[in-house]
Design a protein around this ligand. Structure first.
Ligand code: ADP
Length: 177
């Protein structure tokens, strides 16, 4: 934990977290897919897909919010991460936009807690190390300037991802005011 307990890193299944919002690593159609997207739709039930059909998709870097339906989380924030193309196609900035736009939705809707998966690091192929740096530095910068979210949870599915996140968190901790 760092930033006075506002940032927490856990290993687990994001569909089990009882937070105000879980973030989904969505495709731009917002109509479901594999990985965490499939897990979230599976756990939330078919009503989630029905609501997503009305959203009209989203651009890479954008985020849109729905209800959480059968999830313990009240809302789902569908963020579209970039597909990794080697790193010189604007991927870091697009990935940072996902985290910023999700935090902005949390603030705008008056929510308090949000959990993120490691966006883009599965099927979209973003290497975990640089993705974890973007995730944590972008969220830190947001939190330093805003009261919401009160708490951000980084939910790593694999133990290797957790180890990478914790190593980067140690650097972030050293930056704490
Ligand atoms: P993307 O297309 O953005 O790469 P993926 O769903 O393939 O999305 O992968 C994003 C991250 O989500 C990966 O780190 C993957 O291990 C993780 N993941 C998959 N299932 C879950 C889950 N149930 N809870 C949390 N994270 C998950």
């Amino acid at each position: 934990m760092y930033l006075e307990g506002r940032v927490e890193i856990v290993q687990g299944d994001i569909t089990e977290l009882a937070v105000d919002a879980v973030v989904n690593a969505a495709k731009s159609s917002l109509l479901g897919g594999g990985g965490v997207d499939g897990a979230i739709h599976g756990a939330a039930g078919p009503e989630l897909l029905m609501e997503c059909r009305g959203l009209g998709g989203a651009q890479t870097g954008e985020a849109k919010m729905t209800r959480g339906y059968r999830l313990p989380a009240n809302h789902v924030i569908h963020a579209v991460g970039p597909v990794w193309q080697g790193g010189a196609a604007g991927e870091p900035e697009l990935l940072a936009s996902c985290y910023r736009n999700a935090c902005e939705l949390v603030e705008r809707r008056g929510l308090r807690t949000v959990a993120f998966p490691c966006i883009s690091t599965g099927i979209y192929g973003y290497p975990i190390e640089p993705a974890a740096v973007v995730a944590q530095s972008t969220v830190r910068e947001w939190l330093l300037g805003h009261e919401a979210p009160e708490r951000v949870i980084f939910c790593c599915f694999f133990s290797n991802d957790l180890a990478v996140y914790e190593r980067i968190a140690a650097v972030e901790l050293a930056l704490d005011p």
